[in-house]
Design a binder for this molecule. Structure first.
Ligand SMILES: NC(=O)C1=CN([C@@H]2O[C@H](COP(=O)(O)OP(=O)(O)OC[C@H]3O[C@@H](n4cnc5c(N)ncnc54)[C@H](O)[C@@H]3O)[C@@H](O)[C@H]2O)C=CC1
Ligand SMILES: CC/C=C\C[C@H](O)[C@H](O)/C=C/C=C/C=C\C=C\C(=O)C/C=C\CCC(=O)O
Length: 261
């Protein structure tokens, strides 16, 4: 599937992995709505993207994804601005073991809401033409991190939810492909949270162990994550797929036993 002329909404798109994905989409001819809580970062992002890709191709919508009404408005505004919606990237995420309820809210609850809103705007069930959703999980869903138990739980949850919804999409003939992306460590501002007791809480005492884990597995560049993301967005054969991206194996897929009947 070509993304030329398609419309995408990317949560957490103002920096890091989300920003790299936004750039990849714009480079391929999509129009993109960047949905992010950070107004100043979003303003900078918007002006830089306008300079590179032209002013009519991208919008910044300031929105806290945990605010259900604001998230609904962000989807609606995207459709009003660009006339349609084809691609939803639920990427916004945080690492906060101190305020772990917020981590569940941002990383899992809001991602579920984003998926349901995406279906409202794209599913044949709602009289729409179909589309694709990618939910951002993490390698922490496979190699659980003792430094981030709740973060790890949310990323497991993202995979379970995504695979179940992908099957629901087939059963319900939604016409929407739903996949998950699991990067290992990526060089973004999120990694700085390992230094901060406000984020790590009582697990800050494991921070050196955490850093050893990063040294062991290496740190990826956001551009490689965007490359994997573009495959999930454009390959029509992928639904319920779980893509892993690691330094050792690059872009590859997790394999599951077939479900028993
Ligand atoms: N950096 C890494 O090592 C890895 C990151 N991930 C996941 O990738 C996703 C993106 O992470 P990064 O780009 O690394 O993080 P980041 O911290 O660089 O960027 C996250 C973006 O999300 C936005 N955001 C945070 N809370 C929000 C909220 N409530 N509403 C709207 N926007 C919000 C931030 O303002 C920021 O622009 C997250 O889901 C993260 O868990 C997965 C594996 C590895
Ligand atoms: C302070 C850091 C905050 C957030 C970063 C997140 O924790 C990030 O989401 C966590 C990533 C955890 C990665 C864990 C393991 C990585 C493993 C590998 O790279 C390779 C190992 C095995 C590969 C197995 C396979 O691919 O099948």
């Amino acid at each position: 599937m070509s993304v030329m002329g398609r419309v995408a909404l990317v949560t957490g798109g103002a920096q890091g992995i989300g920003r790299a994905v936004v750039e990849a989409l714009l480079r391929s001819g999509a129009k993109v709505s960047v949905v992010d809580i950070n107004q100043s970062c979003g303003d900078v992002c918007k002006s830089e993207l306008d300079a590179e890709f032209g002013g009519d191709n991208c919008a910044f919508i300031q929105c806290d994804v945990t605010d259900g009404h604001a998230l609904r408005d962000a989807f609606q505004k995207t459709v009003e601005l660009f006339g349609r919606l084809d691609i939803v990237i639920n990427n916004a995420g945080i690492n906060n073991e101190k305020n772990w309820e917020k981590t569940i809210d941002v990383n899992l609850t809001s991602l579920i809401k984003g998926t349901y809103l995406g279906l409202e705007h794209m599913s044949r069930e709602h009289g729409k033409r179909g589309g694709t959703i990618v939910n951002v999980s993490s390698m922490a869903a496979f190699l659980h991190s003792p430094h981030q138990p709740v973060y790890t739980a949310t990323k497991h949850g993202v995979i379970g939810f995504t695979r179940a919804m992908a099957d629901a999409s087939i059963l319900g003939n939604y016409g929407v492909r739903i996949n998950a992306l699991c990067p290992a460590f990526v060089d973004t501002p999120l990694l700085q949270s390992v230094e901060d007791e406000d984020n790590m809480g009582k697990f800050i005492k494991f921070k050196e162990d955490f850093k050893r884990s990063m040294d062991k597995f290496g740190v990826l560049q956001p551009s490689l994550i965007a490359e994997g993301m573009m495959t999930l967005i454009t390959d029509p054969s992928l639904n319920g797929a779980v893509m892993k991206i690691t330094c050792s194996k690059g872009i590859h897929f997790h394999t599951y036993e077939p479900m028993s009947t």
